[in-house]
Write a protein that binds this ligand. Structure first.
Ligand SMILES: [Zn+2]
Length: 81
């Protein structure tokens, strides 16, 4: 039986497990939470970038489409005389 100075728990020393299993579990949970947070932040960034790109496409695409239609109309009028 060993005593953990960090979390104050008694634990059995097992083969392959170093130190307190309670602290190891807490550290693993903290690491998982941090990784999840980083992934979430990255997702947010990607979403923001995608939204920005969609807006840019709309801002460029719509006037371009209108210009294309006007160009066609202009051509038709020119062809008809
Ligand atoms: Zn501990």
């Amino acid at each position: 039986m060993k005593f953990c100075m960090k979390c104050g728990a008694f634990y059995e020393v097992k083969e392959g497990v170093e130190g307190c299993p309670k602290c190891a579990e807490a550290a693993a949970l903290l690491k998982a939470a941090e990784e999840a947070e980083i992934a979430h932040t990255m997702d947010e960034k990607t979403a923001k970038r995608l939204r920005k790109r969609a807006w840019l496409e709309l801002l460029i695409g719509v006037p371009a489409f209108i210009g294309f239609i006007y160009g066609l109309l202009f051509l038709f009028r020119r062809l008809r005389g």
